[in-house]
Design a protein. Structure first.
Length: 166
């Protein structure tokens, strides 16, 4: 069963995206990097308005930009040069059959957008999906993600979902 009554948000009500080149300015990528230094925003939720992640909602044949993302969190890992971007996804329904595909799409887009020193961690928020543990295990398993990315059909679905991110 799919969500028969999704919450659709008008794109005009969302923050304006910044040009992706803003993310790659050498001066913003110093050794004392914080999430706000990398992303020119004061709120971690604005990460999704910078163009790194736009929209993914294949079950409604519409963009995730129109779907609410309840929670995104950015974690800064100590003084290491490595940083972790953690995204907690809240599915629209607790038994969403496409939660793994949506999570994989978010992961792919962030990995395409962020410099290699960033570790991307995409998870389903605890208690928001009936099989969150299994979905999180799949999204965290590097071998499963690599195998999924080699699947031409699945990559076609993800590419279609991410068309608006270009």
């Amino acid at each position: 069963m799919q969500n028969s009554n999704p919450t659709i948000i008008n794109s005009a009500d969302l923050p304006t995206r910044l040009h992706p080149a803003v993310l790659r300015k050498p001066s913003a990528l110093g050794s004392t990097l914080s999430p706000t230094a990398l992303f020119p925003c004061t709120d971690p939720n604005d990460l999704f308005s910078t163009g790194s992640v736009s929209s993914v909602a294949p079950e409604n044949d519409c963009d995730l930009i129109k779907e609410p993302i309840d929670e995104q969190e950015i974690y800064d890992v100590s003084n290491s040069h490595l940083r972790t971007v953690t995204v907690l996804i809240t599915p629209t329904i607790t038994h969403c059959s496409l939660a793994t595909v949506i999570g994989l799409g978010v992961r792919v887009r962030l990995e395409q957008s962020l410099p290699p020193r960033f570790r991307v961690d995409v998870r389903i928020k605890e208690g928001t999906h009936s099989t969150a543990d299994e979905v999180n295990k799949q999204l965290a398993d590097k071998e499963r993600v690599a195998a999924a990315l080699e699947n031409g059909t699945l990559m076609g679905v993800i590419a279609k979902m991410l068309e608006t991110c270009q």
